[in-house]
Design a protein around this ligand. Sequence first.
Ligand SMILES: Nc1ncnc2c1ncn2[C@@H]1O[C@H](COP(=O)(O)OP(=O)(O)OP(=O)(O)O)[C@@H](O)[C@H]1O
Length: 280
Amino acid sequence: MSNQTRTTHDSTADAEPTTEATGAIDIDHLTKVYDPEGEDVLAVDDMDLHIEAEEFVALLGPSGCGKSTVMDCIAGYLDPTEGDVVVDGDRVSGPDPKRGVVFQENRLFPWKTVQENVEFGPQMRNGVEEGRARSILDEMGLDGFEDAYPSGLSGGMQQRAELARLLANDPDIMLMDEPFSALDALTKEIMQKKLIEVWERDNRTVLFITHDVEEAILLADRVVVMTARPGQVKEVIDVDLDRPRDPEVVTTERFTELRERALSVIREEAQRALEQEESA
Ligand SMILES: Nc1ncnc2c1ncn2[C@@H]1O[C@H](COP(=O)(O)OP(=O)(O)OP(=O)(O)O)[C@@H](O)[C@H]1O
């Protein structure tokens, strides 16, 4: 995959080089306290989670439980109050294009064309590789829209351009905060398929926040359910469904069991969140 993929060589002369996977995330006793106007808000409390390199993990939990906070700490946008986020053995101390982020609303520059947006990241670092932006846009089904401005694209196309922008940076880790939640059902299904194609081919690590339990189970290797705020890991559900998964997998007995399990944990935590709000 990336030019930063670490390649190790066996000492024996005829051994094939082996590629070591990158993108392992260790969330280690992570605590985050916000301090708006001197009033402490404990968002995440002593959270531990290990995500394997190249794993696809979905993060679920009641509203306000700290999902985005965890993601922002991994992205390097926020400093933990206590604890650490460690990626491939290195403590995260700020943003890095190797940890790409996609939000529900795209972060494309409205004054740049689609191609200029996709080329912006690489241009800021090592320069643009001839034809690369076009081939990524092509892959995202945006062939012919290179010169369009984001405002001229549909919501689904904007999110495809956003994904293209992310891929142009060749990230080891894709951090996705409800990326498809504003899309209609059909566009969402297309985007989910596209994401899985890219993930399976390039072996990137994905952390995917969603409120959609079916989406989480359809996409992920593991679903991590967080507690009500302050966020901690409540339960980790292994999604033991074969891949590739087609949309019909949602009708299977195993899928239903997994969904019911995730829903019952979330319901319990959402109820707790509600009670906390009422007693506040
Ligand atoms: N900058 C901030 N200042 C103060 N409090 C904040 C700040 N950002 C988030 N919070 C609070 O921290 C808690 C966790 O917020 P966060 O956005 O991480 O939750 P979330 O699980 O991603 O929520 P949602 O599912 O609604 O997007 C919430 O109570 C939120 O109000």
